[in-house]
Design a protein around this ligand. Sequence first.
Ligand code: PRP
Ligand code: URA
Length: 212
Amino acid sequence: MIALQEQVQVVDHPVVQHLLTRLRDYHTAPHKFRRYSIALSEHLVYEACRSMKCRDVNVETPVGPAKGHSMTDYVVLAPVLRAGLVMSEAAQRILPAARVYHVGLKRDEETLEAKSYYAKLPDSLPSDSRVFVLDPMLATGGSAVAAIELFKKMNVATVQLVSFVAAPEGIKRVHSAYKDVQITCASVDEKLNERGYIVPGLGDAGDRIFGT
Ligand code: PRP
Ligand code: URA
């Protein structure tokens, strides 16, 4: 794993890079795109969990006593609609006890600003919560900052962002607003184009996942 800069975790595992390449490929059909997205999400969320808090526990194996660890954080998954939905499906496989709060944001393709259209959130969360904001694309960072802000306002201990691909512009925007937010991704790409798309990126994640 390479840490390009503080709070950016780039997962360079061959399996992750293989899946990312399949997603980048223009010829990958939507049903395969969804399957690869779920697999990639599982690996990225797994890596993002490295800093989870654990407590020591004692268990009995069929052969005798053993010391082990149990994760203690109150885990919240916050998929950003639409594209984040596939990521939460995957994340729940490895964090089955997590609570899921959906955040609906749509980027205005003219202004590139994120507009909120749905947020079903609790009034508060336990202070030791660890929130994983799930959004495959970190482009300008407008959507990520809007989603992160919802949870930062609740004073939770930790907010992390998990994305497939991040643009340098998006990383900068997230860390200018919230420098403690760890970003886990499979790649930091080159730049944004004039329409705010990540280059080379993988195109419109929502459209490719849902075949629209
Ligand atoms: C895409 C993507 C992110 C956002 C990233 O969603 O899934 O949420 O754009 O762009 P930003 O970093 O510049 O905000 P979009 O708004 O197109 O909605 P969709 O998932 O419903 O297609
Ligand atoms: N949203 C996407 O789905 N892809 C991009 O490259 C930028 C924003």
